[in-house]
Design a protein around this ligand. Structure first.
Ligand code: UD1
Length: 372
């Protein structure tokens, strides 16, 4: 066994990556004799509200290297990340590259690493929506195929990986690192005063997020969603922090603008982690097409209506407060009335206990012993 610290190069790129990497970086940093870390930000997300605020609030060390790739088509963005990442990995020669989640940065960096002979660890492996029209599904499946270590959040993920022929000894059920971050910051989020600043009373508003291309780039789907949301907004105002991708859809929807004009849809710029967590915890309902928010509401025990036809996170349906409602306005309104009148009972999934990153570090430590 080598006495040299095991060098792990971790990658972040887009907003949902930051809260996953934060506890892993902290767990690795707490074992300096075992690990050396390098953090690379691809720059897939670059607006301060989509990136920097998370580093500040979650005390993530500044990235050692920023690739500044920015936006583009899938091919352009993936290719730009690969071209920029390759010389970094070739120069640093880390012992392992660690990627999280399912964004384009996840796949692009994994592919570069394995082709340079560097093993990859994928955190949040094995999730499957079985919907290949989602770019994330392609990113997840391909990243898993080439990863040496597969860290999973829920039992279904392991079944998916085994079915795809991945060896059982690569798979480690560690729990949910994103929930580590939530539990760690929950108290602090309560003291930010987000509700007071927005003039909101606890349990008297809904919180909405929308950014999936299938929902916001398709005018007919978006219009249908707005019709359903308008019905719900008669009962509770809807707070809507708007993802940059969603802006054009809002601008071309007179119905959404009318809702905003009469104060039933409260449009905000993207929020930081703490404000969003504070709003989520005290919402009467959360309406979303995000993946991570289905998990966060599960732990918070807040009813979640997922505006998609499928989810890669089935445990949130089995144990959590999540309901899949798709995009049909009637189904959406019916589901809202059901959770309004009879909220689902919450239940926290196994190992979503705030200690997942510690388990990741323990597995990496054992792996480094074997690899060293
Ligand atoms: C990406 C991820 C998605 C994740 C989401 C979270 C992929 C394929 N998609 O989607 O899985 O759920 O992040 O937010 O990786 N833009 C800005 N400022 C930014 C970043 C983006 O204005 O800082 C705008 C640009 O117009 C860009 C568009 O948003 O073209 C989309 O950005 P992109 O990174 O391509 O995908 P997201 O929709 O953000």
């Amino acid at each position: 066994m080598s006495s040299r610290p095991f060098h792990i190069l971790s990658v972040v790129g887009a907003r949902p990556n930051f809260m996953k990497v934060a506890p892993i970086q902290a767990a690795l940093a707490s074992l300096p004799s075992r690990f050396r870390t390098t953090l690379v930000h691809t720059g897939q997300h670059y607006d301060p509200a989509m990136s920097r605020v998370f580093f500040d609030e979650l005390a993530i060390p500044r990235p050692d290297i920023d690739l500044n790739v920015g936006s583009g088509s899938h091919a352009q963005q993936t290719a730009a990340i690969m071209s920029a990442f390759e010389p970094v990995v070739a120069g640093a020669r880390p012992d392992l590259v660690l990627v999280v989640g399912d964004v384009n940065s996840t796949l692009a960096c994994s592919l570069v690493a394995v082709k340079l002979g560097i093993p990859v660890a994928h955190v949040e492996a094995g999730l499957r929506s079985f919907d290949d029209t989602m770019p994330e599904e392609i990113n997840r499946r391909l990243t898993d195929q080439i990863s040496a270590l597969l860290f999973t959040t829920e039992p279904a993920a392991e079944h998916n990986l085994l079915r795809e022929g991945l060896a059982a000894d690569r798979i480690h059920f560690v729990g949910n690192v994103m929930i580590d971050t939530l539990l760690h910051h929950r108290e602090r989020a309560r003291s930010t005063g987000a509700l007071e600043r927005l003039g909101l009373a606890p349990d008297a508003y809904g919180l909405l997020t929308l950014h999936r291309p299938s929902n916001v780039d398709d005018e007919a789907v978006f219009d249908g969603l707005v019709r359903g949301l308008a019905e719900i907004a008669r009962d509770v105002p809807l707070v809507f922090p708007v993802h940059p991708r969603t802006r054009p859809a809002l601008d071309r929807s007179p119905a959404a603008r009318a809702l905003a004009d009469n104060g039933r849809l409260i449009l905000l710029d993207p929020l930081g982690y703490l404000d969003f967590l504070a709003l989520m915890e005290r919402a009467r309902v959360v309406l979303t097409d995000s993946g991570g928010i289905q998990e966060e509401t599960t732990v918070l025990g807040v009813p979640c209506l997922t505006l998609r036809e499928n989810t890669e996170r089935p445990i949130t349906l089995e144990l959590g407060t999540n309901t899949l409602v798709g995009t049909d306005p009637h189904r959406l309104v019916t589901a809202w009335r059901r959770v309004r009148d009879d909220p689902p009972a919450p239940n926290v999934p196994p190992l979503w206990d705030g200690r997942a990153a510690e388990r990741v570090a323990a597995v990496l430590d054992a792996y480094s012993g074997g690899a060293g």
